[in-house]
Write a protein that binds this ligand. Structure first.
Ligand code: NGQ
Ligand code: ZN
Length: 453
């Protein structure tokens, strides 16, 4: 396949008249700027690399907007979690697949072509393992495959109810796993997906609350792929961590594990100065989920000092209450502006230029590391993924280069995405997923059952 872009964002910046060829195995064969268009080739105006959602809990898409009514005057993250558990308690493998398919279709339509699924809903209601222990994981893979998105599945370890070692609550029974069981789910999914280039597998550790780091060295040693953990999202977690292990969460994690660029520290909201420096130095990716963090009242990540220390980050859609990489980046930047009372607040101190362009590129880089992919973007050899922007959805015509990304992030009322290519195949054309109707019908049926309508 061949296409032609009037403007395209390559690893070394924007170029004009770019000829893009895709090989039959779904990778970019060549990317040639300043080329001439050949007869019969599709001409696109603006082409950018697609984004990666480095943190998702697919099933939570089934409760988007349902947790916004106050249940008591002290509603918090922890009361939201109770509602979320009610959904987690009921969902069947088929329902999981229908919801994930719909969510992943929305992701593609919004401009994501890769998702890291932080997956801890392993067992049947009541906690019994399914006949196939990887049943729920395989369903997530089916969903990704059906709509054509890249998946990094993170089978996630969940051992206990809190720092004090308390047993799991009833609502957490479906998550109960040992390092051995997670090792099995990892090998079974890897085996099942060996011939499926869009699907890959890493490891999740739910949190320092739910995992005792002393139990995981063997599991970690067996991993070359990414390792993700939720850390320091809420003040209460920081306080409990200090009380039980005598150190703050990120401080403790950095001292107990060999945290390096394979790691993604999800949220990492509450950091001391030395934790900021230590985390940046480790090479780990900060997995920022700005829309969810705002929705759940987590707090603001200290982005300015972190990027000044050279820290990496990417974006995740997490609770999936709203799907848009553009809005994730906008929310991230606006949080920092409101907090620092400055503008263009995410850029490192001495960096001038486009905020949107810088945010977009950082998120691509952090997302690629966190998803364990060797290459990403418009470069020969990388998986052939890209996003064609819809100029009619940008707030102004005639935009060029990074001004396009600034406008897309700060001025577009919906993801300005026209066509999306993943693994060398068009998945979205003219703003619509090719399998939109069937995927939507299955989702609607499932929601109806889940909500008892
Ligand atoms: C999760 N979500 O695992 O789905 C968590 C809530 C917890 C976020 N942290 C549960 N955003 O942290 O215990
Ligand atoms: Zn999460």
């Amino acid at each position: 396949m061949e296409l032609f872009a009037e403007q395209a964002l390559l690893p070394d910046g924007w170029h004009r008249n770019v000829r893009i060829t895709v090989s039959s195995d779904g990778r970019f064969e060549s990317i040639v700027p300043d080329a001439r268009i050949s007869a019969g080739v599709e001409r696109k105006t603006v082409v950018v690399p697609s984004q990666l959602s480095l943190h998702s809990h697919a099933f939570q898409r089934g409760m988007a907007g349902l947790a916004e009514s106050r249940q008591n005057p002290a509603d918090t993250f922890w009361t939201w979690r109770r509602l979320m558990y009610q959904l987690a308690h009921r969902i069947s493998p088929e329902q999981m697949q229908d919801i994930a398919s719909y969510l992943y279709m929305e992701m593609l339509t919004a401009g994501y072509t890769q998702v890291a699924e932080f997956h801890y809903l392993h067992h049947a209601p009541g906690g019994a393992t399914y006949g196939q222990v990887a049943e729920m994981s395989l369903r997530v893979g089916e969903a990704a495959q059906a709509v054509g998105i890249g998946l990094t599945l993170l089978p996630t370890l969940y051992e206990r109810g809190g720092f004090d070692g308390r047993p799991l609550q009833e609502a957490q029974e479906r998550f109960a796993t040992t390092p051995e069981l997670i090792g099995r789910i990892i090998s079974e999914t890897r085996l099942a997906w060996a011939e499926t280039p869009l699907l890959s597998v890493g490891l999740g550790l739910h949190s320092l609350r739910a995992v005792d780091l002393k139990t995981v060295p063997d599991l970690l040693a067996a991993q070359t792929a990414p390792v993700h953990i939720h850390v320091a999202e809420q003040q209460k977690e920081v306080e409990e961590c200090v009380a039980f292990v005598g150190a703050r969460p990120v401080e403790y994690l950095l001292s107990e594990a060999d945290v390096d660029e394979r790691w993604c520290l999800v949220h990492a909201t509450h950091l001391s100065d030395s934790e900021i420096a230590g985390m940046a130095r480790s090479g780990a990716v900060a997995g920022l989920c700005p829309i969810t963090e705002a929705n759940l009242g987590d707090g603001l990540f200290p982005l300015a000092p972190y990027v000044n220390d050279g820290g990496r980050f990417g974006i995740g859609s997490d609770s999936n209450v709203l799907i848009s990489p553009w809005e994730e980046l906008r929310t991230l930047e606006y949080g920092q502006r409101l907090f620092t009372q400055t503008r263009c607040a995410a850029l490192p101190a001495e960096t001038l230029g486009s905020t949107g362009g810088w945010l977009y590129r950082q998120a691509l880089d952090g997302g690629r590391w966190a998803c364990g992919l060797e290459s990403w973007g418009l470069v020969a050899g990388a998986r052939a993924d890209l996003c064609v922007l819809d100029e009619d959805l940008l707030p102004l015509p005639y935009l060029q280069d990074d001004a396009v990304l600034d406008a897309a992030i700060f001025g577009s009322r919906q993801p300005p995405v026209k066509d999306v290519l993943c693994g060398g195949q068009w998945r979205v054309r003219d703003g619509r997923h090719l399998n939109h109707d069937a995927v939507t019908a299955a989702f609607r049926r499932t929601v109806r059952t889940l909500l008892d309508l």
